[in-house]
Design a binder for this molecule. Structure first.
Ligand SMILES: *[C@@H]1O[C@H](CO)[C@@H](O)[C@H](O)[C@H]1NC(C)=O
Length: 243
């Protein structure tokens, strides 16, 4: 799908970093009590800065997210046809899900069938004036330009290996992962657990690991023995990449 221009109109909204103007309880030294939260990324990516995505990320509405299959896809987004638009476009990677709210009667941008990008405020402000809040956009899939190789973070336990695949170039969205331990010549089919976390119950501790990763355009990249025989849970290993 990369490079194919979509003419679908979508909406973009800045994440709200609003401060409440209602009265707050002032405690010692002028500090006020409030709440903050950390949204655990629905794609499985963890620290977006450490993992090379930076602020150039977007959360996708239900219609675009496709149960996590679109995680890792890259988009070029432009504000479209309002007075609030700035010139130019942004390039972002899909790293999260914008959850629907079916009990909300209005402004439910992340509900199906709406196509919506939830951007960080700084990315939003590159394409539109902040106070617009939400603007129509046009977008297209673009190739993902990533530095270095695909990264494989190995998690789980000796009976259940979970591999997070990130920093994927090319079209970016992984559709299939196979793993192979050095003591066999058979590739083992992994299944998607959630987002871009892939799992197998094969017992591969003590073997060096190879991966075959296929993306939505049907291209496959093989990375042989990326994790050495003494790989460990929590370890991150770098393979080859799509170009
Ligand atoms: C969903 O929308 C309703 C109605 O606007 C609101 O009360 C509720 O807090 C929303 N739920 C979430 C999880 O945002």
């Amino acid at each position: 799908m990369a490079g194919e221009r979509s003419i679908v109109l979508a909406m973009v909204m800045a994440l709200c970093f609003c401060t409440s103007s209602t009265n707050t309880t002032t405690t010692n030294g002028g500090w006020s009590a409030a709440h903050a939260t950390f949204y655990d990324g629905a794609c499985g990516y963890e620290n977006l800065f450490d993992q090379g995505y930076g602020l150039e990320t977007t959360a996708l509405s239900t219609a675009l997210f496709n149960d996590g299959k679109t995680c890792g896809a890259c988009y070029e987004i432009k504000c479209y046809s309002t007075q609030w638009c700035r010139r130019g476009s942004i390039h972002v990677t899909a790293t999260n899900f914008c959850p629907p709210n079916y009990s909300k009667p209005h402004d439910n941008w992340c509900n199906p069938p709406q196509q919506h990008f939830d951007l960080s405020q700084s990315m939003f402000q590159r394409i539109a004036i902040y106070r617009a809040g939400i603007v129509p956009v046009i977008y297209r899939r673009i190739p993902c330009i990533k530095n270095g190789g695909m990264m494989f973070e190995i998690k789980g336990n000796p009976y259940w290996i979970l591999v997070l695949v990130y920093n994927v170039g090319g079209v970016g969205d992984v559709t299939d992962v196979k793993i192979k331990g050095s003591s066999s010549s058979d590739w083992i089919q992994m299944s998607r657990n959630w987002g871009q976390n892939w799992q197998t119950d094969a017992h591969l501790v003590g073997q060096s690991l190879s991966f075959q990763v296929t993306t939505s355009d049907g291209k496959m990249v093989e990375s042989d023995n990326v994790a050495p025989a003494n790989w460990n849970f929590g370890g991150v290993y770098e393979g080859n990449n799509f170009h």
